[in-house]
Ligand binder design. Structure first.
Ligand code: FES
Ligand code: FES
Length: 213
């Protein structure tokens, strides 16, 4: 079969030839990509023991599993919410050794010896944690999706203030932090509420923080 002289090709013939050439290059590459996506190559499974709300859980996890997915998908502790899954909304906030973190931004295998507290670890329906009770009293939620993260964060704020940890708006870094609305808003600013229940959330946190002052 002779190669057609490009000079003699009509525009229609040129398009047919060039489309066929592109397809010959691209189709095998697409097939290759979908094959590799289905192949579990590079998957690494690790045994990890996580202590959640005082209970130890033995798990076998893909080492890429976030703490958030380990909680929700493997332990079915669905109180911790997935909002943005990229560290921007605070819905996934949990306490690790008493400090709040975004559980979507950390790998489960990094927390083998840590004490992890989720919203399920605070109070019970008949015996609420003071912060949970304050959220109910002040109507600090609407849909409730952000509320577990808000409450975990608020409990951490309580501890931070009691420990004298300053924030970005603290006037005197060496003095005991004040419990002003401005201060509470700054400390809770990593937790987004799409329903806009902010004023009631701040009232709830202020009440509990104020009662400890
Ligand atoms: Fe983790 Fe939004 S889900 S910060
Ligand atoms: Fe709905 Fe905060 S109560 S997102």
């Amino acid at each position: 079969m002779s190669i057609p002289n490009m000079v003699e090709l009509t525009r229609r013939e040129f398009l047919l030839v060039s489309t066929g050439a592109v397809a010959a290059i691209v189709v095998p590459k697409m097939a290759q990509a979908s094959d590799s996506a289905e192949t579990p190559s590079g998957q690494s499974i690790a045994k990890v023991s996580l202590t959640i709300n005082g209970t130890s859980h033995a798990l076998e996890l893909d080492t890429r599993t976030t703490l958030l997915d380990a909680l929700r998908e493997h332990l079915h502790l669905t109180g911790t919410k997935k909002g943005c899954d990229q560290g921007q909304c605070g819905a996934c906030t949990v306490l690790v050794n008493g400090r709040r973190i975004n559980s979507c931004l950390t790998l489960a295998v990094m927390h083998e010896h840590d004490a992890i507290t989720t919203i399920e670890g605070f109070g019970t329906p008949h015996h609420l944690h003071p912060m949970q009770a304050a959220f109910v009293k002040h109507d600090g939620f609407q849909c409730g999706y952000c509320t577990p993260g808000q409450i975990c964060s608020a409990v951490a704020v309580l501890e931070e203030i009691e420990a004298g940890v300053p924030s970005h708006v603290s006037v005197d870094l060496c003095a005991r932090p004040q419990t002003t609305t401005f201060e509470i808003r700054e400390r809770m600013s990593g937790n987004i509420c799409r329903c806009g229940a902010y004023s009631n959330i701040v009232e709830a946190v202020e009440e509990v923080v104020g009662s400890r002052a």
